[in-house]
Design a binder for this molecule. Sequence first.
Ligand SMILES: [Fe+2]
Ligand SMILES: [Fe+2]
Length: 202
Amino acid sequence: MIEAHRFSDIGKGLEGQVLNYLQENGQEATFSHLLTVAEENAKWAHFLGLDEEAAYDAGLLHDISVVIPDEERLAFHKERHLDILKAERHLPMLLHQQQSAVLAQEVFQVTNPAILSAIGCHTTLKEGASTFDCCLFLADKIKWDRGTIPPYLDEVMPLMHQKDLKKAAWLYLDWLFNNDIQVIHPWALAALKELRPQVVTK
Ligand SMILES: [Fe+2]
Ligand SMILES: [Fe+2]
């Protein structure tokens, strides 16, 4: 079981705590992605009139469960009596979003439900997602960690500037379902259906 270490050194700020935690677990390579997404999320939160500090913290913690090896993810969930969906059983990496939210609570004592919600659905989104949820979801997709320019970026960015996050999120999900999906997660499918722009026919 991954132990929930509590940090006594609260003067270091969240960045230092996150970096320490990653280093202790041999995963410091993820730190630059976390910082990049934190900055991107805070930038869009400011633009959208959302809580900028909360957005920064959500970005810093969204992939913190990288410390859990994929082969331990099912056990991590079972130990906490959390539900596991069929898609997640098939591809345990899909649990990393919820497990990052669990570690944000257990290790970093995050209690803000908006932060925990956004972290917990940052890969798949979910039905009824808030604007804050969509903001982290999209910041992570704009700054994906594959070292290339995301193919959907040219279409997503104008929608961000128009503050149409729902359409931007739908556009990414539509790309995902048509190009890059390994296992269909029901939360992503529900979000795709909910966000699909309505076509008016006469
Ligand atoms: Fe992630
Ligand atoms: Fe990420």
